[in-house]
Design a protein around this ligand. Structure first.
Ligand code: HEM
Length: 193
C-alpha cells in the first residue's frame, strides 16, 4: 500500500490539520535566542507531558505490535535543566485527553501529531545548534526526535493498516492536540513576559 498517495490516512490528517499547524508555527516563532528556546521547551513540555502520560497507559501490544511512540517529556526537562531553567512537573492528563487516547481513532489522531512533529524537529534542531545546543546539552529531545525516521515510518504503516479507524474521530483528536499545543505555547510565552 502506498503511504504517500492522496487517499492515505496520513494525507487526510495532514490536509485537515494544516491550518492549525501553520498557526502553531506562528505562535512558536523562530528560536533566535536562548530565551525564546526556553519558552519553546516549556510550552512543549506542558503540551506533551499529559498526552505522553495518557498514552503510556494504553494496551500497546494489542494496538501496535512492537511499535512504541517516542516519549520526550523527560528529555525536555533535562534540556530545561541544561538551560538553567526549572524542570516542570507533569500535569495530569485532563479528561478530554484521556478520552481522546482511550479511543483507537483518537489515539491515532493524537499520535499523528506527536510523531509527525519529529519532521519539524529536524528543522528546529538546526536552529538550536546555531544557539550552541547539542544532543548532550539543551537539545536532547530534538536530537532524539530527529535521530531517525523509523518510528515515524512505523507509525505511518500502522496508521494505514489499522482496522477500525474512523477518520472524523482521528481528525478531531489531532486538531484538539494541535489546539492544546497552541494554548501551551501561548501560556509559556505569557509566563515569560
Ligand atoms: C516552529 C515550530 C515548528 C516548525 C518550524 C515546524 C515545521 C514543520 C515542517 C517543516 C514539517 C514538514 C517536514 C517534512 O515534510 O519533511 C512539519 C511537519 C509536521 N509538524 Fe511541525 N513544525 C513546528 C512545530 C510543530 C509542533 C509543536 C507540532 C506538534 C504539536 C508539529 C507537528 C507536525 C506534524 C504532525 C507534522 C507532519 C505533517 C505531515 O503529515 O507531513 N509541528 N513541521
Amino acid at each position: 500500500m502506498t503511504l504517500t498517495g492522496h487517499s492515505s490516512r496520513r494525507s487526510a490528517l495532514r490536509s485537515t490539520t494544516a491550518t492549525r499547524h501553520a498557526e502553531l508555527e506562528a505562535v512558536v516563532g523562530a528560536l533566535r535566542s536562548r530565551a525564546s528556546y526556553v519558552r519553546y521547551l516549556r510550552g512543549m513540555h506542558a503540551f506533551r507531558a499529559p498526552y505522553e502520560a495518557a498514552l503510556s497507559g494504553l494496551d500497546w501490544p494489542a494496538l501496535s505490535g512492537d511499535w512504541r511512540p517516542t516519549f520526550i517529556a523527560q528529555s525536555l526537562n533535562d534540556d530545561l535543566d541544561d538551560m538553567g531553567a526549572a524542570p516542570l512537573a507533569a500535569a495530569r492528563p485532563s479528561e478530554p485527553v484521556r478520552a481522546a487516547v482511550s479511543d483507537l481513532s483518537g489515539a491515532f489522531g493524537v499520535l499523528y501529531v506527536l510523531e509527525g512533529s519529529s519532521l519539524g524537529a529536524r528543522l528546529l534542531y538546526s536552529e538550536a545548534k546555531k544557539l550552541g545546543l547539542t544532543a548532550t546539552f539543551g537539545a536532547r529531545h530534538l536530537a532524539r526526535q530527529s535521530a531517525g525516521l523509523e518510528t515515524w515510518r512505523g507509525f505511518q504503516a500502522l496508521l494505514e493498516a489499522a482496522d477500525g479507524i474512523e477518520m472524523p474521530a482521528a481528525v478531531s483528536a489531532a486538531n484538539a492536540a494541535f489546539e492544546a499545543a497552541k494554548l501551551s505555547f501561548l501560556k509559556a510565552n505569557d509566563d515569560a513576559v
